[in-house]
Write a protein that binds this ligand. Structure first.
Ligand SMILES: [Zn+2]
Length: 403
């Protein structure tokens, strides 16, 4: 049965190429909700197979006892298709009239229970529970073929968040196995962060910080670390362009929108990190938070990559120092004669103070200074920064944290 449901999950990637992209219905559980009452509320079967499917389509968003995590949004085994104004069958690519009728009834029920606001004819959003398609012949036939493709993809370490060119990640060695990293790129969503200009092009801090963050994440995955990219933009991936397009559609790893108010925005991030921290507490060899920013100073001021850690945190201090020393060494090698003036200092910042994992805040330069700008406008430089930071993290783990 589990296998059958697996097939069903992948059925949808075919429909999406035939008709249009679909999304899973995403819901945020109420306080006290478990998987069973969530499924029950949404009129879905709650047998073992459905529970297995629920786990499958929600990745690793569970605590160590496989319970739901507070504040996270979850995919329900219900696909949302656009309604084509003709009929249900042609909207989703099936021919069975009875199944179409059941799907129609399902949508009526959701409306009656006020779980959705408008009928599918008005909203053009058709809610299709996966279990209703299990008897659909044409679906399972195509699914078999697709399942093979999809399962190969999963086995091959493909991470679509890195974009087409970089989505495949080869594990090079297992030197960071058991280490958990929370990577936060500064700002995002409604907040672009600092803004600079280069040849008339507007540069947003959040885009460049995100690109370096993704590159760092990929490096750490190559060393078998567990990595959480807290702020995500599913459209961007790792970009090899000099100028990165500005967007405001970044979301959080749990599917939530980024809050528009600053205090709420910071708390969202630390809440996620702290929730996951508890989940990994028993088994992780080390848990660290890296937050990446680009500063804004007056145009003429150059600043080297520098680091903050939480007041009185000796672990934070040694993490920051370790990264700082690595950068210093790398600069000496890459640009002999260049002086590196990056600093390491305490700062009472919300993320540093409130995360349970040891945290380090990294500022990559001055977004308004023409020379500093080269550090994050050149693709090779963004990659080099990521490489240096991952080398520093590895060094820290091997020297300071290895049992
Ligand atoms: Zn910033």
């Amino acid at each position: 049965m589990k296998k059958l449901l697996l097939l069903l999950v992948f059925t949808f990637s075919i429909f999406s190429t035939h008709s249009q992209d679909f999304e899973y219905l995403k819901v945020k559980p109420k306080a006290g909700d478990g998987i069973l009452n969530l499924l029950y509320r949404y009129e879905l079967p709650s047998d073992q197979a459905s529970i297995d499917l629920f786990y499958q389509i929600n990745g690793n968003k569970f605590d160590k006892n496989n319970n739901l995590l507070k504040g996270f949004k979850y995919n329900l085994p219900v696909a949302i298709f656009s309604f084509n104004n003709k009929n249900i069958r042609s909207s989703i690519g099936i021919s069975d009239y009875n199944i179409a009728k059941e799907i129609e009834n399902y949508n009526k029920k959701l409306l009656e229970k006020k779980l959705i606001r408008k009928s599918f004819k008005k909203s053009k959003k058709l809610f299709v529970p996966l279990h209703l398609l299990s008897s659909s012949n044409e679906a399972s036939k195509i699914a078999k073929k697709e399942f093979k493709k999809e399962s190969e993809k999963a086995k091959a370490n493909v991470y679509p968040i890195f974009g087409k060119k970089y989505e495949k990640v080869d594990i090079i060695d297992s030197s960071l196995s058991g280490c958990v990293y929370y990577l936060i790129s500064g700002h995002g969503g409604p907040d672009p962060g600092a803004i600079g200009y280069h040849n008339g092009v507007e540069l947003h801090e959040d885009e460049y910080a995100y690109d370096v963050t993704l590159r760092l994440a990929r490096n750490l995955l190559q060393m078998a670390a567990t990595v959480y990219i807290i702020v995500q933009d599913e459209n961007d991936g790792i970009r090899d362009d000099k100028y990165l397009n500005n967007s405001s559609n970044e979301k959080l790893i749990n599917g939530e929108e980024i809050a528009s108010q600053q205090a709420a925005r910071l708390k969202q991030r630390t809440d996620i990190v702290n929730e996951l921290y508890e989940k990994h507490k028993e088994k992780a060899k080390l848990q660290q938070v890296l937050e990446i920013h680009i500063d804004s100073r007056s145009n003429s001021k150059r600043i080297d990559i520098f680091f903050y850690y939480a007041p009185n945190s000796s672990e934070g201090h040694s993490l920051a120092k370790s990264l700082h020393q690595t950068i210093n060494k790398k600069y000496k090698k890459a640009q002999p004669g260049r002086q590196y003036h990056g600093t390491v200092s305490e700062r009472n910042l919300f993320t540093l103070r409130e995360t349970k994992a040891v945290a380090c805040y990294i500022e990559l330069g001055n977004i308004r200074n023409p020379q500093d700008q080269i550090r994050f406008l050149e693709v090779n430089n963004r990659q080099a920064i990521a490489n240096w930071l991952s080398a520093g993290l590895l060094e820290y783990f091997q020297n300071e944290a290895m049992p």
